[in-house]
Design a binder for this molecule. Structure first.
Ligand code: PLP
Length: 231
């Protein structure tokens, strides 16, 4: 298992480097977030040994459990899935970045949890770029008003934006959706308040992370490609 994982991590990092190069970017500007929702703690540990030190989970309880079980390791945990407000407090304690902030009520809860724990919580705003109704996230049209509304929430810091391409989107659509997220980041940056930084773009999964890097991704969330060939 360890050898296969090392091979997979190396292959994904190589693809990241090539996509960065193609688009005139530096590979070190793209962070691989290894999505470990498919595997248990021991395989997650093996992934860290294979060279992936930033990990993403989409279920809060699993993130708490795994980060607890692996607190001897120097890893960063990212919350990438839908977060309910009653799970905010513990998630703020365990996660270094919350990608999936999709409502103002959730942002307010995170802000309050941040103040309580004396920690400035780093977050991304999730944007529904495909318009698919099953997708979470703010609509592109409301981004500037959401960014204004975040200004008084001093318990958190918005580092950037996050999206998932539409499930039914073809290659062209995916590219357009990623371009849209980058344009939203750029067009809102100058007028953003001090606690809204707008530098990071979390976009791209196994099927589309190379396109995402070409469109400007700084965080790619890759799961299945890392676990290929494992039983
Ligand atoms: C599962 C998941 C991923 C990774 O998907 P793969 O196709 O397995 O690479 C990325 N982002 C989110 C939000 C996920 O839930």
């Amino acid at each position: 298992m360890d050898e296969q994982l090392a091979e997979n991590v190396a292959a994904v990092k190589q693809q990241i480097a090539e996509a960065a190069k193609r688009s005139g970017r530096d590979a070190s500007d793209v962070c691989l977030v290894g999505v470990t929702k498919y595997v248990d703690v021991s395989t997650t540990r093996a992934l860290v040994s294979a060279g992936c030190e930033t990990l993403g989970e989409n279920r809060p309880q699993v993130l708490w459990e795994k980060s607890n079980a692996m607190d001897d390791l120097d890893v960063r945990w990212h919350m990438i899935g839908h977060l309910q407000r009653n799970k905010v407090k513990r998630t703020v304690e365990s996660a270094d970045l919350i990608h999936s902030c999709d409502s103002l009520r959730l942002l307010k809860s995170i802000h309050e949890a941040g103040l309580q724990s004396g920690k400035l919580v780093d977050v991304l705003l999730e944007v529904n770029v495909s318009g698919e109704s099953a997708k979470h996230g703010f609509s592109p049209d409301e981004m500037s008003s959401v960014i204004d509304a975040v200004q008084p929430l001093e318990g958190l810091k918005v580092k950037g934006l996050m999206c998932m391409a539409g499930l039914g989107s073809g290659q062209q659509d995916v590219r357009r959706e990623f371009d849209l997220l980058r344009e939203l980041l750029e067009s809102n940056r100058a007028s953003a308040p001090p606690n809204v930084e707008l530098r990071e773009l979390s976009m791209g999964m196994s099927r589309d992370f190379e396109v995402a890097i070409e469109a400007g991704a700084t965080l790619v969330r890759v799961g299945s490609s890392l676990f290929r060939g494992l039983r």
